[in-house]
Design a protein around this ligand. Structure first.
Ligand code: KIV
Length: 264
């Protein structure tokens, strides 16, 4: 099976919504790949997999291991990997780190949480033939404490700033733009004025595609820390608890392993 490429993804704009989910491990990536267009090896793995308080301690080495696992276990989705915090402080670091990430993992594109100051870095990477994706709006790498995150685009200054930034990042060579926690009318405007697709998270239905963190969708986020935009499609923790409770009871009662699960 041929892996989708960036042109396949860009061609979906104005045709049908693009489906994207994060994935960090071989088993999850393999299970979900046939239902999605894009897999994102997000640096959210810091909080989701490693229990960190934020994503600032995620390293290039961690990203490399998870990126490779996801690519090796899948065949079809376009696959993006996040550049971790402070791995793109200047052009030289950004280029060397992006090259390393892509060469080691074989992911197809890197994603950068980009502000005004990162436009020249995105441009440099794109000129060097690195497929680069920008992430604007709320940029989780800027927060030590996620409870301080606020929705963006509610006033005319922010609205203009976000629209301008999206246009500049498109001109700099971004191949997609992720929009995180931007009010829906601003996300709609950005999506209609740029030619490349937008992928939204907490940014309303008018983005060209949608992404969620897989663990949120599966119900792993506790109720009080779950943002409004997260829809839980399954209560997986309760399913896991049921199975493990049964296993525990069977082990204690010496019901497991029965003859069926033992060797003669
Ligand atoms: O790291 C991540 O999972 C992300 C998504 C929230 C878009 O960047």
């Amino acid at each position: 099976m041929k892996r989708l490429n960036i042109t396949n993804i860009q061609d979906l704009k104005n045709k049908r919504p693009i489906v994207c989910l994060t994935s960090y491990t071989a088993s999850f990536a393999k299970t979900i790949e046939s239902y999605i267009d894009i897999l994102l090896v997000g640096d959210s793995l810091g909080t989701v997999i490693y229990g960190m308080k934020n994503t600032q301690n995620v390293t290039l080495e961690l990203m490399k291991k998870h990126g490779r696992a996801v690519i090796k276990s899948t065949q079809r989705p376009f696959t993006i990997i996040d550049m971790p915090f402070q791995s793109f402080r200047n052009k030289k670091d950004a280029y060397n780190n992006a090259k390393q990430l892509l060469a080691f993992t074989s992911c197809q594109s890197i994603k950068i949480e980009a502000g005004q100051r990162d436009i020249n870095i995105i441009e440099y990477l794109a000129k060097k033939k690195i497929n680069v994706i920008s992430h604007i709006g709320v940029r989780p790498q800027s927060f030590r404490d996620f409870s301080k995150i606020k929705i963006l685009g509610r006033n005319s200054y922010e609205r203009k700033r976000l629209i301008n930034l999206a246009l500049k990042l498109q001109d700099a060579g971004s191949s997609l733009i992720f929009l995180e926690c931007i009010v829906e009318d601003v996300a709609k405007e950005i999506s209609s004025i740029i030619d490349i697709p937008t992928i939204g998270i907490g940014s309303g239905v008018n983005c060209d595609g949608q992404v969620l963190v897989i663990n949120d969708l599966l119900g792993f986020n506790s109720d009080f820390s779950r943002p409004k935009f997260v829809k839980t499609y399954l209560n997986m923790p309760s399913q896991i608890k049921k199975a493990v409770k049964k296993f525990s009871q069977e082990v204690r009662m010496k019901k497991f392993p029965s003859k069926k699960y033992s060797y003669k």
